[in-house]
Write a protein that binds this ligand. Structure first.
Ligand code: SF4
Ligand code: SF4
Length: 195
């Protein structure tokens, strides 16, 4: 075949089959770039049922994308996707396994105010029995009590749980102020020994 014929054949072959791959996934399994890779870290999702509003994801967020907004009787745990770096630190740190990195990597957000720019979960707050300050999500208090019972050394369980019950529903400030009256001060055993 002559050189011009070879060139012509090559040029024509370019137009005989598609030059691009279908996007984003699943169309042709033999083409590696048409598949979403396993373990891809895409948009994080939060299971609102599992989330207790503990703030652990906020503490570790590398992109400072997670915010905790306490307004009256409501706490909102929010991820601002414009700032998210998809590092998955939030997923690793969540004690309730409420956060999961999904394989969703394509989304369009026009404005900062768009609802789609946020991953939000609302939680109802508990108010202090004494000063009426909203200080903790209700779900978190319940979960802390459950965990306390699960992990506790049996030798101290009875005493600690009885103290906990006396302080239940009080904010940290009111607990501190009342610990002596309630006989729940953590150093009470030391005092007894000194006596
Ligand atoms: S998502 Fe997990 S770490 Fe974040 S507030 Fe909810 S329970 Fe805590
Ligand atoms: S993936 Fe990383 S940057 Fe995004 S919300 Fe979670 S911790 Fe923050």
């Amino acid at each position: 075949m002559s050189v011009p014929a070879k060139i012509l054949k090559q040029v024509l072959s370019r137009y005989s089959s598609p030059m691009t791959l279908k996007y984003p996934s699943g169309v042709d399994p033999s083409k590696k770039y048409s598949q979403i890779p396993e373990g891809l870290r895409g948009v994080p999702e939060r299971d609102a049922e599992k989330c207790v509003g503990c703030r652990a994801c906020f503490m570790v967020c590398s992109g400072r994308a997670t915010r905790i907004i306490d307004l009256g009787d409501k706490r909102t745990v929010s991820i601002f996707l414009f700032r998210c770096t998809y590092c998955a630190h939030c997923q690793e740190s969540c004690p309730e396994e409420a956060l999961k990195m999904t394989s969703k990597f394509e989304f369009t957000i026009g404005e900062r105010e768009d609802k789609g720019a946020y991953v939000d979960t609302d939680l109802e707050m508990l108010r202090c029995k004494s000063c009426n300050t909203a200080f903790l999500p209700k779900k978190m208090e319940k979960r802390v009590f459950e965990r306390l019972q699960e992990k506790m050394n049996p030798l101290v369980k009875e005493v600690v749980l009885s103290d906990y019950k006396k302080l239940e529903g009080y904010c940290p400030e009111c607990r501190r102020a009342r610990s002596t009256n309630f006989d729940t001060h953590t150093k009470k055993w030391l005092w007894l020994e000194v006596k």
